[in-house]
Structure formats: C-alpha cells, structure tokens
Design a protein around this ligand. Sequence first.
Ligand code: G16
Length: 544
Amino acid sequence: MSIRTVNTQPFNDQKPGTSGLRKAVTVFQQPHYLENFTQSIFNSLEDLQGKTLVLGGDGRYYNRQAIQTILKMAAANSVGRILVGLKGILSTPAASAIIRKNQAYGGIILSASHNPGGINGDFGIKYNISNGGPAPEKVTEAIFAHTKTITQYQILESADINLDHVGSFKLGTMDIEVIDSVIPYLELMESLFDFNLIRNLLSKGDFSICIDSLHAVTGPYAKAIFEGKLGAKTGTVINEVPLEDFGGGHPDPNLVYAKSLVDILFADNAPDFGAASDGDGDRNMILGRNFFVNPSDSLAVITANAHLVKGYKNGLTGVARSMPTSGAVDRVAEKLGINFFETPTGWKFFGNLLDADQATICGEESFGTSSNHIREKDGLWAVLFWLNIVAVRGESVEQIVKSHWQEYGRNFYSRHDYEEVATEGANELVNHIRSQFDTLKGKQFGNYTVNYVDDFSYTDPIDGSVTTNQGIRIIFTDKSRIIFRLSGTGTKGATLRVYLESYEPDVTKQDLDTQKALKELINIAEEIAQIKKFTNREIPTVIT
Ligand code: G16
C-alpha cells in the first residue's frame, strides 16, 4: 500500500455554514471536492499524528463512499486510530458521546441533518473537537482558509474496508475499529433517566407512544431503547429502517415534514405521546395527544422539571438558548436562580458554556435540546426526558405544558420559513430592513411600539470571541419580538426565517391559536420587511 499525493485546485465554495459544509450530493461528487475539504480539516489540526478520530454519518446517499475516502486519507495523514460506525452509521449525538467516551482527538460527522437525501439530495461534512461538540468558529475559519489555498492531498492506495461487521482492521499503519454505537448510547441514556419508571409507564398498556424515525438514523437506537429496553410494544417505532434517501421524505421533525406522525397524534384514539427526530438524530419534535409542543416551550418545561429526573436532580448550573428561541426559558432560569445565556444560532456556541459548567441544559427553537452529557443536541434524549417527566408527574403532555403556562405565562411563538428563495431578493430584504434601523426606533405599529432594533452580536463569555450579524431583532416595548435571519444550513438559494414572539400572562387568553395570537406581529413583519415583494412568495413554505 502506498501513499499517493494528488495535485488539486481550491474550490471557492467550501465555507462551513451553521453546521459544517452542506452541499448537493452532485457538488460533493465532483472530483477532489470531498478530498479537498477533508485534507483541509487535517491540515488545520495540530499534532494529528497518532491520534484517535471518530467517523460516521447519518447513512444518507454517499455516506459509504465518503467514509472509504476519508479512511484512506486519514491513514495517509498519519492518524493513529479511527473508530467508525457499523455500516458507516453514527447518529450525531452518538458520535459526540463516542468522542467523549474514548477521549478521541475529534470526529468527522457526515450529515446534512434535516435536508433531504438521495442522489438528488444533500450531503454534508463537519468536524467535531475533542469535547464532542461542533468545531468553534476559529477552527472552521482555519479549515476554510486551507480550502482556499490547497494544492495537494494525500490518500492511501488500498481496497475498501468492510464496514458491515464489528471488528478491527489495519489500514497502512492506522488502526480501524468498526463499532456499534447503539449500546454505549443506550447506556448513557440509562445513566440519566429512570428507565424502570418509564418502563412501568409504557408497559401498563394505558399510555401509548409512537416514535417516528422518518427512515433516518435514529431507527436502530429507538428500536433498542423503546421496544427493546423500555418494553413498548413492537411497532411503536415507525419508519425505523434508515434509507439512503429517507424514503423520499424530508427528515425534518416539524409539523409539515413529519405530517404523517402529526396526523396519527391528531386522529381519534391517538396515542398519548408522539415524537420524531431528524436525519442525523439530533433534533426532536414532541407531541401529546392532539397537542404540539413548541420547541421553545419544550426547553422551558424540561428546565423547570429537571429536578424530577435522575441525571439532573442535583440542580442545573444554568441554561442557554439561541437568540431566536422564545424567552419562555428565561423566566424559568430567573425563578430557579441559575445562569442564563443567549447565544447565536448554532450548537457550536453552547460548547464553551457547557465545558465551563456555566450551563447544564441548552436548546434552540429549531427543534434542538440537549444537556452537558454530550456536546451536540440530542433528539432521543429529549424524548426520554419528556417520558420521564410524564412518568413522574402522571399528567398528560398537554396538562404539563398548560400548567407551565399558568405558572410562567405563555410565549406565543412561531417561525415562518421562506425556503429556497432567490439569494439576491433575500439580501435586498435584509438591506431594506437595515436601512430602517434609525427610523424604526420608537415607531408605533397598532398596539406595538418599537423599543429597539439591532443586528444581534455575541461575545462569548468564556473565550471573549465576538460573532456579529446573527439576525436582525425588532424588539417592542412589551418585549414582543420579530427576528429576521437567513438560514446557514440551506443549499439552494436562500432561506429566510421570520421568528415571531409575544407574551401572554393572562391564563384566560392562553388558549388562542398561535397564528391568530401573532396576527398583528405577522402583519408588522410584512410591513417592515416587504417579504412578499422581496421573496416573490405569497405565503411561507413552512410554519412552525
Ligand atoms: C443546525 C445547527 C443548529 C441550528 C440549525 C438551524 O442544525 O446545529 O444549531 O439551530 O442548524 O440553522 P439555520 O437556521 O441556520 O438553518 P442541524 O440539525 O441542521 O445540524
């Protein structure tokens, strides 16, 4: 086996976004495209020689080919050992757990998360550091810098490795261990939650659940946990076989893309509890019978009830949420007297807070919640957290959320997405709002008066790094908010996200339909941003 040095030229589009490099599969299939980015990762890492890396992905199309290429490149770049998921599969939370458990130097995760897969879908690659979390901006910037100047990459000439069986192999001087991550992940969950209590709840027969894996990576994990360990009846986990194209679906657990699960939970005789996760298993959607739990509320309820759950009963040091996430959790943090942080969108911004033990639980409006047990968001963790709360309280999901609103008030919250609009129009929209920054302050729109407008920026309290332009905030005097932000995970055109939030402390007014409650703010957003004109769309693609 010999190491081959291949001459190459830079691609000009390899800047990582909110979560790694995500592009159409056809982009990744261009000669040298994956290799350039992989070599740039290796070039940006100091002292890689002899170190251990973790490698795996969500099983989407191109996962297996990419893994073989990365293994051969890792061997050529003197990596000491690679732990690779069986069949190339590692959910993102499992990858984070495996990096931490094995004190690996880092990991490469292959996923485009909630984006569709298949030959015409998307693919992605990201690097996670030794704490198990997504590389912070200074690392992704360094990788990007290398992609702009790369001239060569190294690859070992060898046959492919068989990833279909657990076992150990040698590739050149590098050790490869093919591992099944389901068991260590299950054990980690068992250390945090009261499995006996949840098993009692699920086996009594009067509490039924439905878990939708959307033909993505969580199928094997969910089967082993819910049907295997927790005694839920066979068939509880649906769409459980991971498919390279996710069965043609869009593996995003929200009201639109997980509609078949929503239909089940909103039908007559619906199960008591439903949940879905995304392509790589880090997102979650929680449903009760005929009831949708907004992700921002989910974060608040989890935080408020953490003392009921084994792994968290000794208290939380703090909680962190991304800026566009609703302020529901803020009031819980205040009541508990714990730290509270507001970060930019992107799980990578929670890493320092978790490492410094400033925060225990983190969450985002984009269906992501997790804790300091790993450094990624964790879909099945959130599902188990909810089941543990339900099992302790003996109340329905709806009762738990409504009593939370009663105590803390309700944050009406919605996100309107305009997906794959023309980039030029989206940029013009942003500039159009920015041009009103000076005139909007103090301006009255119906019942709302603008308190201030800004472009959100964040100074990391641990390392002092500053991140700017993280979304335009229009904040009203009653703390209602409209936020405009362009997605950093899309691969076609631009995706505009409009986040809308108002607060209702009056219990008699909390049952209103969310879109109706936010109607006035929705109209103000249109008036300020002229969304229809700039996006050329009459209505959002997705409303959550
Ligand atoms: C990624 C990040 C999340 C972020 C989400 C949405 O999620 O890990 O932290 O909230 O993107 O990003 P955007 O609004 O820029 O599309 P995932 O599940 O795609 O990895």
